[in-house]
Design a protein around this ligand. Structure first.
Ligand SMILES: [Zn+2]
Length: 314
């Protein structure tokens, strides 16, 4: 009798284990957070704002790095292998590290074209799209200028693409993502109004930058970009190019040399010295100036630019 009931119990236990296994295997429990990897700090902040407590976000690049030159680290292969979603800025900005990491990670859920590959550039209309294959814009911006995150109007579009992407991967969270998108967009709208006021002194001010990454910010706030220290995106300055730039700066009355924090200061300093312009350090990525998130980073950049204009000789 005893042995028969024991074997019945064992069969029941085995059945329970099988059922539990089936449950675990089929779908994650409702409380599981989505594992999101963001290529850059801007995408990470937006994914956190929109994902809320449904997501856990890891960032690959740091705000002080040049997004075109982020080194590929093995630790990120593991993160990407386990990720439910990858958020990129897109337009080829992450060409130096995302394609290689994706290949190594072997995670079909987040490959380009898969639901878990979230491209923040989806709704952005790019500037500086090359009209020919001549590589006129240099090697680094073949799909148009990818530095649209510096225009907060574009950040609204980025946030929308991210909200839709997260909902694709996690349909149960769709309402929550829409709600967070609406809240974040409202914050941005308010800041955009403030920033129009704050940045008013930039209108009509002539500037050069190290890299061709100010085009969207300049369009929004009326800075007039007259050249870059690099010959073309990714092509370092030559002595002849620097001489030509000095002449242009003097002729045009350039007041600002914008040095992005990822680039060395030496050339920017010497250009300013030779032309009477003022150097201002900004970051093209969130967190590059020690700020916490996207909004804070735009705030810091605009404050730095305005302070430099107000301190720069006319
Ligand atoms: Zn670039």
């Amino acid at each position: 009798m005893a042995s028969r009931s024991a074997s019945r119990l064992a069969r029941r236990l085995a059945g329970l284990l099988l059922a539990a296994g089936a449950l675990l295997g089929s779908a994650p429990p409702a409380s599981a957070t989505l594992r999101v990897v963001a290529s850059l700090p801007d995408e990470a902040d937006l994914a956190r704002q929109i994902g809320g407590d449904r997501v856990e976000v890891t960032t690959i690049a740091e705000g002080t790095q040049d997004p075109h030159k982020v080194p590929v680290k093995p630790s990120f292969v593991v993160k990407l292998n386990r990720a439910d979603a990858l958020v990129v800025q897109g337009l080829g900005l992450e060409h130096a590290f995302v394609p290689a990491l994706l290949e190594a990670a072997r995670n079909p859920k987040i490959l380009a074209g898969a639901p878990g590959y979230i491209d923040a550039s989806l709704y952005v209309t790019p500037l500086d799209v090359p009209t020919s294959q001549s590589r006129e814009q240099g090697e680094l911006h073949p799909l148009g200028n990818p530095h649209f995150n510096l225009d907060p109007e574009q950040a609204k579009l980025m946030a929308r693409a991210i909200a839709e992407g997260l909902a694709r991967v996690d349909p149960a969270g769709a309402a929550s993502y829409q709600e967070n998108l609406a809240r974040f967009t409202a914050v941005l709208e308010r800041k955009i109004q403030e920033w129009q006021q704050l940045a008013a002194p930039l209108r009509g001010v002539k500037a050069v930058s190290y890299h061709e990454d100010m085009v969207y910010l300049a369009r929004r706030y009326g800075l007039v970009m007259v050249g870059t220290i690099e010959v073309k995106p990714g092509v370092p300055a030559t002595p002849a190019h620097v001489e030509e730039l000095v002449e242009t700066m003097k002729r045009e009355g350039v007041r600002l040399v914008i040095r992005e924090v990822a680039y060395e200061a030496g050339l920017a300093d010497s250009l300013a010295e030779r032309t009477g312009a003022r150097v201002v350090t900004v970051s093209t990525l969130a967190g590059g100036l020690g700020t916490a998130g996207y909004v804070e980073s735009i705030q810091a950049d605009l404050e730095a630019l305005v302070a430099a204009v107000q301190g720069a000789p006319r």
